[in-house]
Design a binder for this molecule. Structure first.
Ligand SMILES: [Zn+2]
Ligand SMILES: [Zn+2]
Length: 240
């Protein structure tokens, strides 16, 4: 059976202060590594964004979207699917938002000040989904593990930085084991991503039995739990 590997969690240096490579460089690296597609999820204003927080909303969104746009343009050249997302931070608790785009963001300035509960309502009302990123990661920048099973659509069960042998940060496979158990306990869909900040890739992501032609296809596959594997780039958790 042919398998299609997608990255669900990655950063570029146009949007994230902690990232090293451009969207274009990341797109080429992912293509080279055999991925069919990627979702660009830079840090928003609640996280480690590198976009000036004092910019007016419209300008902020334009700047923030550049990493995705660069990756998307590169993706067209090399037949790599590139979708838009972001990672929303709340004092260290982070969520991956999928299914909404730059135009939606431009039209929803109220997003800037929503609580975690309001974020869920707003994203859902607009057709997107909220996934809790690395819910059990322990780091100084995460003062407290906070869980919101009723305000997410899924759980990032495998974050490759926790368990891939090439990772030089957040290394503790137990963070993934706890996330998998959490997802199972609440019967929530699981995702997997590498959380890459540099083009030296780990190979993590989600395996599907079909190509995803849009972010809607990704959401449908996640919500219906029709993914066939989750991987940190070294081991695969199979679902079929
Ligand atoms: Zn980061
Ligand atoms: Zn991240």
């Amino acid at each position: 059976m042919k398998q299609y590997l997608y990255e669900t969690h990655l950063h570029t240096n146009e949007g994230s202060a902690c990232a090293h490579n451009t969207g274009r460089e990341m797109a080429y690296a992912y293509k080279e590594a055999g991925y069919t597609g990627i979702i660009v999820t830079n840090h928003n204003w609640g996280g480690n964004t590198c976009v000036d927080r004092s910019l007016p909303w419209q300008d902020w969104v334009q700047e923030f979207s550049k990493g995705y746009e660069q990756a998307y343009e590169a993706g067209k050249e090399i037949d790599l699917d590139v979708f838009f997302g972001w990672e929303a931070g709340y004092q260290g608790t982070e969520f991956l938002i999928y299914g909404l785009d730059k135009e939606w963001m431009l039209a929803h300035e109220e997003l800037h000040d929503v609580t975690i509960e309001e974020q869920y309502a707003l994203v859902k009302a607009s057709g997107g989904i909220v996934v809790h990123a690395h819910p059990f990661r322990k780091e100084p920048y995460i003062p407290k593990i906070r869980l919101y099973p009723e305000y997410v659509d899924g759980v990032e069960a495998i974050n490759a930085t926790h368990s891939n042998s090439k990772s030089r940060s957040h290394n503790d496979p137990a963070f993934n084991e706890q996330a998998i158990a959490y997802a199972k306990k609440y019967n929530l869909p699981m995702t997997a991503g590498s959380d890459m900040h540099i083009s030296n890739l780990f190979g993590g992501g989600m395996l599907f039995d079909h190509r995803l032609h849009s972010i809607k296809d990704f959401i449908d596959a996640v919500l219906s739990k029709s993914y066939i594997g989750l991987t940190d780039g070294e081991t695969v958790m199979n679902f079929r």
